[in-house]
Design a binder for this molecule. Structure first.
Ligand code: ADP
Ligand code: ASP
Ligand code: MG
Length: 452
C-alpha cells in the first residue's frame, strides 16, 4: 500500500482534480490519498477567524460569501452529471452553513477557530470523493478526525494513530482508493486541532509510518527538492536522491516543500518518501531513503524569524552544570533550541519560537549574564556529506560569505549539516552567493578565464 499526498495547488482547480484521478488510475498500487485544502483556502479561513476575533462580523460575512462563491464555481466545473452537480452544491451549502454557525458562537474561542480552519480539508476531500463516485471509482472517504491524534504538547501519537487506522482500514479491504484529510487531527480533549501550517505532508508521513506503507509520495507544484530555495535563487535544480537525515535537516531548516517534521515518522519506520510534481508527473522528482550519493554538498535552506540569545556564566571557571541549567530553562518553556555555540564561559543559542522569550531570559538572568538578544536572524543551513575526511568545504562556504557578517557557526554535530546565523537582511544575498560558489563554481571560473 502507498500513501499519496496532494498539496493545495495540486487540488486547487477542477481540472487538477481531474488530473489527480488520472494519476491515481495510472498506478495499480492500493493507496491512501491525503488531500490539502484548495490553495488559498486555509489563508481565507484564517482571515475569517481573524475578522471574528476583532469583532468585525460584517467583514467575516463578506469573506465567507466570497469563499463560498469560489467553491460554488469550482463545483460547477468539477462535475458533469446533474446528480453530482447537486451533490457538490449540497456539500458546499452544508459546510458553509456550518462555517456560518461557527462564527456565530460567542465568545469565539480557539476551539471554534480550529474547527473553522479544518473546513478547508473537509471541503476538498468531500468534493473529491463525490467526483470519484461520479466516475464510479472504487473509493471511500475516511475522516482523519477518527484516527489522527496529538498529545497535550501537540505531538502526534504514532502508535495511537496506527491502532485506530488499522482497525478502520480493516473495514474496507476491497477499496482501492482511500481518501482522507491532511493537516487536521484531534487533541487529548477530543477537540478538532491541526498539525500546523503545511501539516498535510506530516499527515501523509504519519499515515505511511503507521501502516508501514511501501512508499509515501508527496505530490506538489515543483519537480522535487531543489538545491536551494527557488523563490529566492534563480538557478536551482532538483536533487534526485537524499537520505532521510539530509531531507530532515532541509525540511527543518526551512525548505518549504516539506513540513519541518515530515521525515521523522517515515524515517522511524523506514518508509521511502518520493517528492513528485503534479504538473509534470513524468519528472523523476526526489527519492528520500537510506541511500546516499557521493555529491559533497547537496542543498541549502534558510530558516526565518530566528532569535539569538547570548548567555555568559557569572562563575569564571569550571562552570560544570552551567549548560544543564541553561537547557532546563528552555525545557521548562517547551522551547526547542536550534543552534548552539560555546566558549569557555559563554553559550549562544537560537530559538524560532519566541512566545516565552521574556520568561526565558528572566530565568536565565537568575544565574547568568545576558547580552541583548538579536531578533530577525536567519539560519542558513548547508546540507550534504561533510564527513571528517572531506577537506575544504568549510573554506568554500566561508569564502562565499566573506562579505556577510556571520553571528554563529555550527559545524560537526552531524556529518550532513553546516549552519550559520546571519541577519535576515542578508538572507537573499547569502543564498545566492552560496549557490554560485557551491554549485556553479566551474561556470564562474570559466567566465573569468574566457573573459576578453
Ligand atoms: P503544497 O501546497 O503542495 O504543499 P508548498 O507550497 O507547501 O506546496 O511547497 C512547494 C513549494 O516549496 C514550491 O513551489 C517552492 O516554491 C517551495 N520551496 C522552497 N524551498 C524549496 C526547495 N528547496 N525545493 C523545492 N521547493 C522549495
Ligand atoms: N491547508 C493547510 C495549510 O495551508 C495544510 C497544508 O496545506 O499542508 O497550511
Ligand atoms: Mg506544503
Amino acid at each position: 500500500m502507498q500513501v499519496w499526498k496532494f498539496g493545495g495547488t495540486s487540488v486547487g482547480m477542477p481540472e487538477r482534480m481531474h488530473s489527480i484521478r488520472e494519476l491515481l488510475k495510472s498506478d495499480s498500487n492500493r493507496k491512501i490519498v491525503v488531500l490539502s485544502a484548495l490553495s488559498g483556502s486555509t489563508n481565507a479561513l484564517i482571515a475569517i477567524g481573524e475578522a471574528v476575533k476583532s469583532f468585525d462580523d460584517a467583514k467575516a460575512a463578506v469573506l465567507i460569501d466570497d469563499l463560498k462563491t469560489h467553491y460554488a464555481l469550482f463545483v460547477k466545473e468539477l462535475y458533469s452529471t446533474p446528480e453530482s452537480l447537486q451533490k457538490g452544491q449540497e456539500i458546499v451549502d452544508t459546510e458553509f452553513g456550518y462555517i456560518k454557525s461557527l462564527v456565530g458562537i460567542k465568545p469565539f474561542t480557539i476551539k471554534q477557530d480550529k474547527e473553522l480552519v479544518a473546513e478547508g480539508e473537509i471541503l476538498s476531500t468531500k468534493m473529491f470523493q463525490a467526483y470519484l463516485e461520479e466516475k464510479g471509482d472504487n473509493s471511500v472517504l475516511l475522516s482523519a478526525l477518527d484516527f489522527m491524534r496529538i498529545d497535550a504538547d501537540g505531538e502526534p501519537e504514532l502508535s495511537v494513530i496506527e491502532d485506530k487506522l488499522v482497525t478502520i482500514l480493516n473495514q474496507y479491504p476491497d477499496k482501492a482508493t482511500i481518501i482522507t484529510q491532511g493537516f487536521i487531527c484531534r487533541n487529548p480533549r477530543e477537540e478538532v486541532d491541526n498539525l500546523k501550517r503545511g501539516g498535510s505532508d506530516y499527515t501523509a508521513s504519519l499515515i505511511g509510518g503507521a501502516i508501514r506503507a511501501d512508499e509515501i509520495q508527496i505530490w506538489t507544484d515543483i519537480d522535487g527538492m531543489h538545491n536551494n530555495d527557488p523563490r529566492i535563487v534563480k538557478r536551482t535544480f532538483p536533487i534526485r536522491e537524499l537520505t532521510f537525515e539530509e531531507a530532515a535537516e532541509l525540511a527543518y531548516f526551512g525548505a518549504k516543500i516539506l513540513h519541518p517534521s515530515t521525515i521523522t515518522p517515515a524515517k522511524l519506520r523506514g518508509v521511502p518518501v518520493r517528492l513528485k510534481n503534479t504538473m509534470q508527473p513524468e519528472a523523476p522528482g526526489t527519492l528520500i531513503a537510506n541511500q546516499t550519493s557521493d555529491r559533497e554538498i547537496k542543498a541549502i535552506a534558510a530558516k526565518d524569524n530566528i532569535t539569538a540569545i547570548y548567555i555568559h556564566s557569572t562563575r569564571m571557571l569550571n562552570a560544570y552544570g552551567f549548560l544543564r541549567r541553561v537547557f532546563e530553562v528552555f525545557e521548562k518553556y517547551k522551547t526547542p533550541v536550534d543552534m548552539i555555540t560555546t566558549s569557555e564561559v559563554s553559550v549562544s543559542v537560537t530559538i524560532d519560537n519566541s512566545e516565552n522569550l521574556d520568561k526565558i531570559t528572566a530565568e536565565l538572568r537568575e544565574f547568568a549574564d545576558l547580552e541583548e538578544h538579536d531578533v530577525d536572524q536567519n539560519i542558513i543551513c548547508i546540507v550534504g556529506n561533510f564527513s571528517a575526511d572531506k577537506e575544504g568545504i568549510a573554506l568554500k562556504v566561508l569564502d562565499a560569505l566573506k562579505h556577510i557578517p556571520i553571528r554563529m557557526i555550527s559545524y560537526g554535530a552531524s556529518e550532513h549539516n553546516l549552519s550559520l546565523l546571519i541577519h535576515s537582511k542578508y538572507k537573499a544575498e547569502a543564498l545566492n552567493v552560496l549557490n554560485e560558489r557551491l554549485f556553479y563554481y566551474e561556470d564562474a571560473m570559466k567566465d573569468i578565464f574566457t573573459a576578453p
